[in-house]
Design a protein around this ligand. Sequence first.
Ligand code: NAG
Length: 286
Amino acid sequence: MESGSQLVSIGTFQVLKLPLGFIRVLEWLFAIFAFATCGGYSGQLRVSVDCQLDKASSNLSIGIDFAYPFRLHQVSFEVPLCEGRKRERLFLIGDYSSSAEFFVTIAVFAFLYSLMATTIYIFFQNKYRENNRGPFIDFIVTVVFSFMWLVSSSAWAKALSDVKLATDPEEVQELMSACKVMTNKCGSVHGPRWSSLNTSVVFGFLNFVLWAGNIWFVFKETSWHKGGPARFAGAPPAKQAGTFNQQQTYNQDSFDQPGGYNAQGDLEQASEYSPVGGPISYSNQM
Ligand SMILES: *[C@@H]1O[C@H](CO)[C@@H](O)[C@H](O)[C@H]1NC(C)=O
């Protein structure tokens, strides 16, 4: 009967050895990786414009810097027009801040929640169990976060592929007037490094897997999974204890005097929980 409730009556830091506690710790580590690799990103691409007719106005190393949250339409840079000393100011294309910020926000909140949950498992086990409210809330929040990880990681993965396209040196060259003139030579010096952002997407989906997997372990803590007293989640603790004792005596009675228990036991149970002719099936469950 107690097999489902693993958090009850175990040593304080033993909690971390259970799947639920252990996965929570992984969750906050992985959340840190997710928001640090995305939120801390800054990248640079570098292109060259070689004006064949007017070598002096060439610029062979034009650096373009961008960073989280990827409001690329606000990233400006100056390139030569290859007509005397004239230059033009250009902007990258696209705004990917909503996906990026959504992803980082989910990661930060997931971090905070899993940190808080771990703390509660360790220091407030009794409060967590009280009225079964802790496991219930924990279950709902875990389901919501799993879903949010899936959505935000997918959105961010899509945004990242768009960011890669928008900051591809070959694409950026197409924005420059000078590069449309055949006599000028435009080239890419280097593109941005993507390893950190690729890592953030991987950790996003890893977090989804972790949270989705943890749904099961949180579910095991709820009363839905367990049999026995905790099934009556709405009933106050005293009543639960009473019911439990009744059932025990009821079972003992059934050994002692097969005929005697029916009237008493069935009546009390029927009045409390099973008005719809439950007693028989109920005693079978026991
Ligand atoms: C080339 O462009 C960079 C900006 O990326 C600028 O700092 C630099 O002064 C330019 N060089 C010349 C020779 O105009």
